[in-house]
Design a protein. Structure first.
Length: 169
């Protein structure tokens, strides 16, 4: 099984917490997926992301991306925004696990710091390689094990299990 993602990069630094990704003030209330998408990264320093990020774009970040609370809202807000994948030097453990649970492709890549905002990259989750289409070169990340890669492809843990065990919704 393979998963290739190609997209434009939005660059974020170290220690991006879940309140920057999806501010806690939006946890109360009922919002549509479109409204939730509009709140994605509202708490970050990156003003253009909210208005210019388009479906298929990729977030590349430094160390400890997704630190803070365990809310899945942070991951689903990025999905609703259309973010195709997140690559970081390291992730907060619960954020990383939430990505697999809901089918958001993520990859650890210690060399991600060389990827710049606006670069076009192709990520091969099976091999762990990130190819810069803008400047050439390959960065080696952590390959995704086949059983976890299946979760990305199937859209998360529950859809995968429903399909595997033929459970209707």
């Amino acid at each position: 099984m393979s998963l290739l993602v190609t997209g434009r990069v939005w660059r974020f630094g170290h220690d991006v917490d879940t309140d920057q990704i999806y501010p806690g003030r939006y946890l109360v209330g009922h919002y549509t997926p479109e409204e939730i998408a509009g709140f994605a990264m509202e708490g970050s320093h990156h003003d253009r992301f909210r208005t210019e990020c388009t479906a298929g774009d990729i977030i590349v970040a430094g160390r400890n991306f997704g630190m803070g609370s365990s809310r899945e809202h942070a991951v689903t807000a990025l999905q609703y925004k259309g973010v195709a994948a997140v690559v970081a030097e390291s992730f907060a453990r619960i954020f990383f696990r939430n990505c697999f649970a809901v089918g958001m492709p993520v990859m650890w890549a210690g060399g991600a710091a060389v990827i710049e905002e606006g670069d076009e990259v192709e990520i091969d989750f099976a091999t762990g390689s990130i190819h810069s289409l803008s400047r050439g070169g390959i960065i080696e990340g952590m390959p995704t094990p086949p059983h976890l890669l299946e979760q990305f492809v199937k859209g998360g843990l529950l859809p995968m299990l429903r399909e595997r065990f033929a459970v209707s919704q």
